[in-house]
Write a protein that binds this ligand. Structure first.
Ligand SMILES: Cc1ncc(COP(=O)(O)O)c(C=O)c1O
Length: 498
């Protein structure tokens, strides 16, 4: 208690002294009163004064002269100037410009319709924090050193057990490499297995995160159209160069939501085998299926499949955790670990340890089961709210799985109008056209329903339904109101989660 009080008093002395030096109220070369003098004048202990001046000495704001006390130092110009210069124009590389142009629809956080954001309001926060604290306290001192094993052994075991059982992935713990989310897995694979201008087949429409990674690496990214059975390898072979990588989300195509049947999976494996390429199987949300169990993974279909399986904890737990994994064939896994140690370094071992315990103790599967029920309800709630629009012609995807529905629209004008009206009401909508690389686009909205509670979804869904109906009948220059009825005065409103 006493220590705490001393610390806060010394901070109360340190901060104004620092400001006076920075603002030039104490000038360079000026001598400070002795610690005894300051302690008497301020009515605080000498230790308090010394704690504050020692910190200023360590930061270079004061200098000590042998036997002559403390003096204000000559500050470097950046510290002494208070004004921030105007930002300079940045010259971006053409790769950088492509990357930035892709980032139009980044998640808007904890709101209605955010695709890919789980129910943070239902996360067992207290239980998780307890576990994290416990694993932080008992952290192995060896974890403070650089790590090169591709992640904590206990977490690799927990993940491989889980994947073998729930996703029929053929995997031993040594094949699992823990990454900072799926995004880092894509990057490792790309850096290790491709050269600039190598061809990569990308689902069209498809996931922006993977696209960004391939484009940033200078790959020749060829969009291959997705139909009701997912990415079509026959179309790829007809129109695209032989691929070094094929990116696919076969369990639940992102964003259309279709599932790739076994025949097509086998055809895709055949293409990869013949071309000497690799398939990246992004299995980002297959835990959430509502009617039938998911098809087993593509990776597990055949022995020695040329597949790197990628998974993430961003959907089943929370995206800020930044933990995901890849499962590489045995001959590739040790080199992925080495590349990771070179490129990214590993970290967060106490967190990995807490997650391993969370999985081993059954909390993980219980959480998934609870979320499956919650998401089914949230989806029903959104469907109910959108029913009037559906009755008037809005086409909604079936929603057998995942955390979003796709609402198809008939034109870019309709998509643009709804997105901009929603923005005025504080609602961020993700336009389907942004998920395309080519000019041959379909239009619609990717409606995440996992992150908002039922009350919010009902409100936002009703708003969208009304806006859709109003758009069907409105004259082009009549703005929409917050509830979607025709009006001449727009009244914006921000949607917040309650
Ligand atoms: C298709 C797809 N794959 C992977 C991810 C997860 O990425 P990360 O693990 O980097 O958060 C997402 C997240 O939005 C996604 O939509």
């Amino acid at each position: 208690m006493h220590q705490h009080a001393t610390r806060s008093l010394s901070q109360r002395l340190y901060h104004p002294l620092k400001e006076w030096v920075r603002q030039g109220k104490l000038t360079a070369g000026q001598r400070l009163p002795s610690s005894r003098h300051m302690s008497d004048a301020l009515g605080v202990s000498r230790n308090t004064v010394l704690a504050a001046t020692d910190r200023l000495l360590a930061e270079g704001l004061l200098v000590a002269r042998q036997g002559a006390g403390l003096y204000v130092a000559q500050l470097p110009r950046v510290l002494a100037t208070e004004t921030t210069p105007p930002p300079k124009a940045v010259h971006y590389s053409s790769r950088g410009r492509t990357l930035l142009a892709l980032s139009k629809t980044l998640s808007n956080g904890y709101r209605a319709f955010s695709p890919g954001v789980p129910a943070l309001d239902l996360f067992p926060e207290a239980q998780w924090q307890r576990l994290v604290r416990q694993h932080q306290r008992n952290a192995d001192v060896a974890w403070m050193d650089y790590q090169t094993g591709g992640g904590l052994a206990a977490l690799k075991v927990a993940i491989s057990d889980y994947l073998r059982l729930s996703r029929a992935v053929r995997c031993q713990p040594e094949q699992v490499i823990i990454t900072q989310g799926a995004q880092q897995a894509f990057e490792l694979i790309t850096q290790l297995l491709t050269d600039p201008d190598d061809a990569v087949w990308m689902e069209e429409p498809g996931y922006g995160g993977a696209k960004a990674c391939f484009l940033a690496a200078g790959l020749d990214v060829t969009p291959v159209p997705v139909d009701a059975d997912g990415l079509d390898p026959a179309l790829g072979e007809k129109s695209a160069p032989a691929p070094r990588l094929i990116y696919t989300t076969p369990s639940h195509q992102y964003p259309t939501g279709v599932t790739m049947p076994v025949t097509r999976r086998l055809a895709l494996l055949d293409v990869a085998e013949r071309c000497g390429g690799w398939i990246i199987e992004d299995d980002y949300d297959s835990e959430f299926r509502y009617d039938t169990p998911p098809l087993p993974s593509l990776q597990g279909l055949t022995e020695q499949a040329p597949v790197i399986y990628v998974g993430t904890f961003s959907k089943v737990l929370y995206p800020g955790l930044r933990l995901g994994y890849l499962v590489a064939p045995p001959e590739l896994a040790p080199d992925v670990c080495r590349a990771q140690a070179r490129l990214h370094r590993e970290g967060h071992y106490p967190l990995q340890s807490a997650l391993a315990a969370f999985m081993a103790s059954g909390h993980f599967t219980r959480h998934i089961t609870r979320m499956r029920t919650a998401y089914r309800h949230r989806q029903s709630c959104l469907r109910a709210a959108l029913a009037p629009a559906v009755a008037a012609g809005l086409r909604l995807s079936e929603g057998h799985a995942g955390m979003h529905l796709l609402a198809e629209l008939s034109s870019i004008e309709e998509e643009t109008a709804l997105v901009s009206h929603a923005a005025q009401a504080g609602i961020t909508l993700s336009p389907l056209s942004h998920y395309y690389l080519s000019a041959n686009k379909r239009f619609g909205l990717v409606l995440g329903y996992a992150s908002a509670n039922e009350q919010t979804l009902a409100w936002a869904g009703q708003w969208l339904s009304n806006a859709y109906l109003a758009h069907q009948t409105r004259t082009p220059d009549t703005p929409l109101s917050r509830d979607g009825h025709k009006t001449n005065v727009f009244q914006g409103g921000t949607l917040v989660v309650v």
